[in-house]
Design a protein around this ligand. Structure first.
Ligand SMILES: [Zn+2]
Ligand SMILES: [Zn+2]
Length: 376
């Protein structure tokens, strides 16, 4: 057995263990024992330091495989869990300043009273040797993992900003979608399944702005077949996880909310909305102001209490079919490739819907509608 020396102690405002991502802005003081103070000489030449410490509040682990922060099953040495046989923690923190035997840092992932075992400079040439390659590998396997801590901590603002890049503008509808999708993901604990492989399915009952917030947060999209659109005209999302026998999850629907009371901007926004969107009659200045008001409203909307805004019910539905894989065939008239299920056979000839003048269904801003070719 080795004997380990404690060289100091962490002092900060965090009294109990908390989500590691919440330490980002926490300022801590590492009080180093006076007898080791000389060892801090020139440490302040470094922008970041690594602190090795003892998890003094963690119990001894009962098992060696558990559920990781990101929801997957991992062995203890494959995670950064504080409950581990060696009970040693490592955290990189930004060095702010050193005052005699006190090292002031930002972002140290350790609670008040943590015994410190060692301090080292963070050395990019050693510690970052292959970081760009490693980061990419992790991203390939879990492309949306950066979203999970934000959803877990209900930190919706950065999510809204990213969803707005997909959506093209900020609006209350997008904010609704961000709230619904985030809530459902958190409730189902489905983050590890958000890989666009149809393991989780979103059923939306509307086709307005909220759907983009839902696609961004759940990873169920129009393109990956994990998004089902039921043209019911209700602002509602069902998020479901597949099991062997059924799909289980929750349905979230918008409560009737008095729009006028949503924000003080609402009257001006309504007026501009009518002018710019409804009557297509706004100036570039009107459009700019409208977008600004929409952005302010969406930022205000995500701060609403979820329970005041949405209803939630548990649901179980029969297993949904996986998206079918159909072969492509060539239309014998126009020569373009068509999914086989979208062909018609006329007098022994395989034709596409266009060449056979067969009506079809279209999703547009007006919902799902049957379209005749002669109307186009
Ligand atoms: Zn929108
Ligand atoms: Zn054709």
């Amino acid at each position: 057995m080795v004997e380990i020396t404690q060289i100091g102690i962490v002092v900060n405002e965090v009294k109990e263990p908390m989500d590691p991502f919440k330490f980002e802005n926490v300022i801590s003081k590492i009080v180093v024992d006076k007898k080791y103070e000389d060892g801090l000489f020139n440490l302040d030449k470094n922008e970041y330091i690594q602190v090795i410490y003892y998890f003094h509040k963690s119990p001894t682990p009962k098992k060696l495989i558990g559920t990781s922060y990101f929801g997957s099953k991992e062995g203890v040495f494959a995670t950064r869990s504080p409950i581990r046989p060696g009970a040693v923690g490592l955290s990189t923190a930004k060095l702010i300043k050193i005052q005699k035997n006190e090292v002031i840092v930002k972002g140290l992932d350790a609670i008040d009273g943590t015994p410190v075992l060692d301090i080292k400079p963070y050395t990019p040439t050693l510690d970052e040797k292959e970081i760009s390659r490693i980061k990419k590998e992790i991203d390939y396997n879990n492309l949306k993992r950066d979203l999970w801590p934000l959803i877990r901590n209900w930190d919706l603002e950065p999510i809204l900003h990213e969803a707005a890049k997909l959506h093209g503008h900020y609006c209350s509808g997008l904010a609704m979608g961000v709230m619904m999708g985030s809530y459902a993901m958190k409730k189902l604990g489905s983050f590890g399944f958000s890989d666009g492989m149809e393991n989780i399915i979103a059923i939306v009952e509307m086709n307005h702005c909220a759907v983009d917030g839902i696609q961004y947060t759940t990873g169920c999209t129009f393109g990956n077949n994990a998004l089902i659109f039921r043209d019911l005209g209700k602002t509602a999302l069902s998020l479901l996880k597949r099991t062997d026998t059924s799909c289980k999850g929750i349905r979230i629907s918008l409560k009737p909310i008095p729009w006028e009371s949503l924000s003080e901007n609402q009257p001006e926004l309504n007026e501009l909305f009518d002018k710019v969107v409804k009557y297509r009659n706004g100036t570039p200045k009107d459009l700019k102001r409208l977008k600004e008001l929409m952005r302010l409203n969406s930022l205000a909307f995500i701060k609403r209490k979820f329970e005041d805004t949405f209803n939630v019910e548990n649901i179980t539905i029969p297993n949904q079919p996986w998206a079918s894989i159909k072969e492509s065939v060539k239309c014998e008239k126009c020569g373009e490739l068509i999914m086989k299920s979208r062909t018609v056979n006329i007098n022994g000839k395989v034709l596409c819907l266009k060449c056979s003048n067969t009506s079809f269904y279209e999703v547009s801003g007006n919902g799902i509608q049957k379209i005749d070719w002669n109307s186009l």
